[in-house]
Ligand binder design. Structure first.
Ligand SMILES: C=CC(=O)SCCNC(=O)CCNC(=O)[C@H](O)C(C)(C)COP(=O)(O)OP(=O)(O)OC[C@H]1O[C@@H](n2cnc3c(N)ncnc32)[C@H](O)[C@@H]1OP(=O)(O)O
Length: 256
């Protein structure tokens, strides 16, 4: 507890500390007030900011509240002169199973666009301090992206990275694998069959985002991908994909 008080005190002395950081600091220093994450300082010198995603029943699905708390915790660690690096982790079963599908299932394109849905998710990539992802279990969709936004990824032996959004009727969803020579073509056809079973409309949008990224800066690429992601919420296939997940059934895409 002593280190928490010290860091809070050093922040409060700083005339440049923003009010938002100060209020986040209060959450941090009083401990236990975050709902979706656990936050502490680790290491012999308490110089490593440690953030554990903590929504076990939902496999650490990244709901809005969790992402807001993650931003707050990062703000506090960035302002803390003692902290030299930050670790983000989840549980043994899941780093994070992606954005919260139940929360976004009924969003419209208008909701996404007006609210600039997921814009603040880039916070991790803007951290001035090095961020290390410690990944066990599922790192899917937005969970995989969260890990990729970190500077270093340490993965447990059973970590599973994936971008399965295409199964939900939204972007992205590209996979690459290596196979023995004699299995390559048949595996490629199987892969083609899996892709073809998804929404062709949304597959095209995923390709557009990936191809555009080659021509853009990181910030432009992130922005373009978010806008296309928003646009999928204007399709029937996104509604079908996410509803099918929530109803625990196979999606039937209509390419519309
Ligand atoms: C940026 C966009 C995105 O990130 S879109 C989301 C991308 N992620 C996914 O599509 C993964 C969705 N999850 C799964 O496919 C599976 O849950 C699994 C493969 C990760 C694990 O399967 P398993 O059978 O072991 O567990 P459950 O499916 O029963 O899941 C347990 C519990 O967690 C809830 N949950 C899992 N992922 C999410 C999620 N992304 N959003 C919201 N909730 C999620 C799941 O619904 C179960 O809760 P329950 O109360 O039983 O319905």
């Amino acid at each position: 507890m002593a280190f928490l008080c010290r860091s809070a005190a050093s922040l409060l002395k700083s005339p440049r500390a923003a009010p938002a950081v100060l209020s986040a600091c209060r959450l941090y220093s009083s401990g236990g007030q975050y709902e979706y994450i656990l936050v502490e300082k680790r290491g012999e010198k308490s110089d490593v900011g440690f953030i554990q995603l903590n929504r076990p029943k939902a496999l650490n699905a990244l709901c809005d509240g969790l992402m807001k708390e993650l931003k707050q915790a990062l703000d506090v660690f960035e302002a803390d002169g003692e902290v030299g690096a930050i670790v983000i982790t989840g549980s043994d079963r899941a780093f994070a199973a992606g954005a919260d599908i139940k929360e976004m299932q009924n969003k419209t394109f208008q909701d996404c666009y007006r609210g600039d849905f997921l814009a603040h998710w880039n916070r991790v990539s803007q951290s001035k301090k090095p961020v290390i992802a410690a990944v066990n279990g599922f790192a899917l969709g937005g969970g995989c992206e969260l890990a990729m936004m970190c500077d270093i990824i340490y993965a447990g032996e059973k970590a599973q990275f994936g971008q399965p959004e295409i199964l939900l009727g939204t972007i992205p969803g590209l996979v690459s694998k290596v196979y023995p020579v004699d299995q390559l073509v048949s595996e490629a056809v199987k892969c083609g069959e899996k892709i073809a079973a998804n929404s062709k409309l949304v597959s095209a949008m995923a390709k557009e985002a990936v191809n555009a990224a080659f021509e853009m800066t990181l910030a432009e690429g992130n922005h373009f991908e978010k806008r296309l992601f928003h646009a999928t919420f204007a399709t029937g296939d996104q509604k079908e994909g996410m509803t099918a997940f929530v109803e625990k059934r196979k999606a039937s895409f209509q390419d519309s």
